[in-house]
Design a protein around this ligand. Structure first.
Ligand SMILES: Nc1ncnc2c1ncn2[C@@H]1O[C@H](COP(=O)(O)OP(=O)(O)O)[C@@H](O)[C@H]1O
Ligand SMILES: [Mg+2]
Length: 235
């Protein structure tokens, strides 16, 4: 089993093989502010800078510019690696579509065929090994109903596993410390499930692994912090 390092200090040790099994598509669930986007970008950024694994970050909610700015606060220079064609930050809503197109998109719904074709091109263009989609919750807003939403997710995850990239698919729980009832039905479509929690009383952050095909993993939840270098599990 090939291993993909998570880039999150302390996280690899929770998996018997020392990281994510290569090729897995992993759902990351957490409430607002739980650290999902930072987690996703850290996975992509360290992949590029430390493991020479090109990566693609697809954003549905924040603009690429805002993400570049936010990540600079951790000292991560996204643009440098975009220029070197090792990292692609893709705006899922406007990608390869003209600027004043918002109204058009809202009327017709986001074209997932288009997104899948663009993602496939991007994977080939930089020989990507890692992909992050942020987030499914927002992507779902562009679907007409639950059935269409699930069909879209299935097709996206098919492409990801076909290309043998190791991906994180982010989705949002309703509250910061999400409960079991909030688990989206889509979990069965994924090889792994990670949960990020922010305790509303103590303001402490925790991560747990709910499922990971291809490796044994530690059960339980682990404290983590978001500091000047990004996310780090507490010793
Ligand atoms: N430079 C930083 N240093 C420390 N914590 C930060 C920094 N930037 C953001 N955060 C924390 O991360 C949270 C947002 O993380 P984010 O990944 O955007 O959450 P999510 O995507 O789950 O909504 C903020 O609410 C803040 O608590
Ligand atoms: Mg986010």
């Amino acid at each position: 089993m090939e291993v993909v390092k998570t880039g999150i200090p302390g996280l690899d040790n929770l998996f018997a093989i020392g990281g994510f099994p290569k090729g897995n598509t992993i759902l990351v669930i957490g409430g607002p502010g739980s650290g999902k986007s930072i987690f996703g970008m850290q996975y992509i950024y360290t992949g590029v800078t430390r493991y020479d694994e090109p990566g693609i970050f697809i954003t549905f909610d924040e603009t690429p510019d805002k993400i570049r700015r936010n990540m600079r606060s951790f000292g991560w220079d996204i643009e440098k690696y975009e220029k070197e064609q090792k990292l692609i930050l893709m705006d899922a809503v406007t990608y390869r579509i003209s600027d004043d197109v918002d109204e058009e998109i809202l009327r017709t719904g986001l074209d997932v065929d288009n997104l899948i074709a663009n993602l496939d091109d991007a994977i080939n263009a930089i020989d990507a090994k890692r992909v992050v989609i942020d987030s499914l919750a927002v992507m779902g807003l562009y679907a007409q109903d639950e059935f269409e939403k699930r069909t879209k997710i299935l097709r996206l995850s098919k492409l990801l596993s076909l290309r043998n990239v190791t991906s994180l698919v982010i989705t949002e729980g309703q509250s910061a410390d999400i409960g079991i009832k909030e688990f989206p039905m889509e979990t069965f479509m994924f090889d792994g499930v990670l949960i990020l929690r922010l305790d509303s009383e103590t303001q402490k952050r925790r991560i747990s692994i709910r499922k990971m095909r291809g490796t044994k993993h530690v059960i339980g939840s682990f404290k983590f912090t978001i500091g000047s270098n990004g996310i780090e599990l507490s010793p």
